[in-house]
Write a protein that binds this ligand. Sequence first.
Ligand SMILES: [Zn+2]
Length: 430
Amino acid sequence: MERKFWDEKIETMPVEELKKLQLKRLKHIVRYVYENNRFYHEKLKNANVKPDDIKTLGDIEKIPFLTKQDLREYYPFGLVCTQLDEIVEVHASSGTTGKPVVGPYTRNDLEVWAEVMARSLWANGLRKNDIMQNSYGYGLFTGAHGFEKGAQKIGAMVITISSGNTKRQIDMMKDFGTTALACTPSYSLYIAEVAKENGLDPLEDFNLRLGLFGAEAWSDEMRETIEKTWGIVAHEHYGLTEIIGPGVVSECSEKKLHINADHFLPEIIDPKTGEQLEPGEEGELVFTTLTKEAFPAIRFRTRDIAAYYEEPCDCGRTLPIQSRIKGRSDDMMKVKGVIVFPSQIEAALMKVEGVSGYYQLVKEKKGPMVALSVEIESTEERYKEGNLNELEKKIEEEIYSILNLHIPVKILPPRTLPRSTGKAKRVIER
Ligand SMILES: [Zn+2]
């Protein structure tokens, strides 16, 4: 019989046992950074923490947070805890908002990365006989490389096509018999659109059965839209360059995000006070890498908003669960005094029939106030029907029912908004 879990021992470990393992690894990693890195040594010393002070998992709260600012300050290798010649691979974030964040890996770090990615992809249902089209952008970005390592560990065939050249993506999908598509969720919709323009039916003309999507905040409603468009099961992937890349969580058949907490210790904190919150409470995700050698992150503030649960899951996994990311705390907007995440608006949009997955949120400065409006393309069929005011009204009502806010909506003709082959830009300023 085929095995259900990639690593049954870890994935179904009793919670108490997992906590023991986490504590053992936490003690080790705190001592390791204290002894091997000047920045961490100073940071712990200034906070009056010695490695021996970590006696319980709760003692982690004694350690100060690590922020993106710290990472920029010690760019590129200031936080490395090994000799530089131990590093065999380097990745980096795009650095659109400053210096890039660098992710260096030792040989062992790469092994851990392949392992957690294999665990995640296996939980999604990827198997040795699958053909995975890897349409994440290859390059410094961790995405494509993480997916490649994990899929190859399982033994699947990887098509290393990278992102872009959408017509060629479609040809290869057909010719190679691609069964799993790995890319951003928005790009998968665009590929389907181009396929249709070329006279192909995404439901009939392809072998696709799995979508392996990440690198973008997307709602469950968007997931449904994509699943219906392609006739596939779509899974979420979550990760960060600062932690390891993709592979921080494994989404199971129940579509729950299990944190690979034997390697990445999660905390949820109040973003304002920095205090730890209870399971089930929504706050900022913080991760500590428990096994990384080259660049261990201790209490890294992700700025992602989510909740965390320690509940048994129907899939049989005992690894803790994180809710889907509501958005980066940077994406948070205040509209008429109400806190709004783009993903909440997306959820409302996708509930209405006759709209496409292409939309943008437009922020306009009106004096001291920021006005928000939504522009969304309707489907081809709905556009031909006309009477678009009615559709606009329907969407406005849907948004109102979720956010209690009146946000004006404008319907655009199909194919007017820019398409992206990577991360879609959902919020624009005018
Ligand atoms: Zn599960």
